[in-house]
Write a protein that binds this ligand. Structure first.
Ligand code: NAD
Length: 302
């Protein structure tokens, strides 16, 4: 039987509706408006499009939002001072510095200068540590992994006791999602295996997975015969494999492939995310969720 398609586009739209209501209620009952600043250094076209999408989402939800554009020759010191300004601004609950930064700026230094309580991207070592400890310590979840967990939960998969196999050990996807899934509590409590470039038999591990999360960045790395029948497959990979001309605009658009061979895998899996339209739309939505959470915490609301 063909797998159920888990649409990240639909789930993200649902969550944004929930956040819109929550934001309106916060304003009405507590006079709080979630505030998000996105800092963009330079004019990298991909970065401009990411920041624009984040600002658009913030506007649509009714946030107080600022896009702070800086020239690519800004000094590291000036950028650190700018971050400090927003750290102190009570109207701002989330600070996002769009990466990559120009080479003369130490990215780590800038990310570490963000107040961990406003670090809605969840890259600060304090928040990474909080996630390791788990429970009440956790303030924010990193956006892409949080989106992955939300997709699994809303697709109705039981995570408690499930064999979860994560392909990839990056700091932004593999390691944090493994950490999230092994915590106690809702949407987690799983038995987690992480496989990577040092793993001897990828196929053996993937075949055991009730929930298979693939974040390798290698097109069609996971073969359909590696998938356990009925498994939940979350394909995080976004790989540009060429270009095609859009019928709508007449302009070239990238052809994207996931890390899983979707057409073949959907005949075996119980549920699967497409690429595009799976994990991708969830990331910005979870950034908005973190900003609302930050605003609530700053006002002492649980
Ligand atoms: P990364 O390159 O930092 O990490 C990839 C990981 O996969 C590494 O840990 C590596 O050990 C593992 N890996 C690579 N090839 C492998 C192989 N042949 N066998 C076993 N393991 C292998 O990448 P990343 O930042 O984690 O991103 C992974 C993919 O997810 C990319 O395609 C990226 O574009 C995509 N991504 C999507 C979103 C989103 O949709 N919002 C967000 C982040 C990343």
């Amino acid at each position: 039987m063909a797998a159920r398609i888990i649409s990240g586009t639909e789930v993200a739209a649902q969550i944004r509706e929930e956040l819109k209501k929550e934001t309106a209620e916060l304003k009405e009952k507590n006079n709080i408006v979630p505030g998000l600043v996105t800092i963009l250094v330079g004019k990298n076209p991909a970065s401009i499009s990411y920041v624009t999408a984040k600002q658009k989402a913030a506007h649509e939800l009714g946030f107080y939002s600022i896009q702070d554009d800086q020239p690519d020759d800004i000094t590291e010191d000036s950028l650190l001072k700018l971050v400090e300004k927003y750290n102190k601004d009570p109207r701002i609950h989330g600070i996002l510095v769009q990466l990559p930064l120009p080479k003369h700026i130490d990215e780590k230094k800038v990310l570490n200068a963000i107040d961990p309580d406003k670090d809605v991207d969840c890259f600060h070592p304090v928040n990474v540590g909080r996630l390791m400890i788990g429970g009440d310590e956790v303030r924010f979840l990193p956006c892409t992994p949080a989106g992955i967990q939300e997709l699994i939960v809303r697709a109705g998969f039981e995570t408690s006791g499930a064999e979860v196999v994560v392909v990839g050990r990056s700091n932004i996807v593999g390691k944090p999602i493994a950490n999230i899934m092994l915590q106690k509590g809702r949407g987690a409590n799983s038995t987690v295996t992480v496989v990577h470039t040092g793993t001897k038999n990828l196929e053996f591990h993937c075949k055991r997975a009730d929930i298979l999360i693939v974040a390798a960045g290698v097109p069609h790395l996971v073969k359909p015969e590696w998938i356990k029948p009925g498994a939940c497959v979350i394909d995080v990979g976004v790989n540009r494999v060429g270009e095609r001309i859009s019928e709508k605009t007449g302009r070239p658009v990238p052809i994207l492939k996931g890390d899983v061979d979707f057409d073949a895998a959907k005949e075996i899996a119980g549920a699967i995310t497409p690429v595009p339209g799976g994990v991708g739309p969830m990331t910005i939505t979870m950034l908005m969720k973190n900003t609302v959470k930050s605003a609530k915490i700053s006002a002492g609301i649980k």
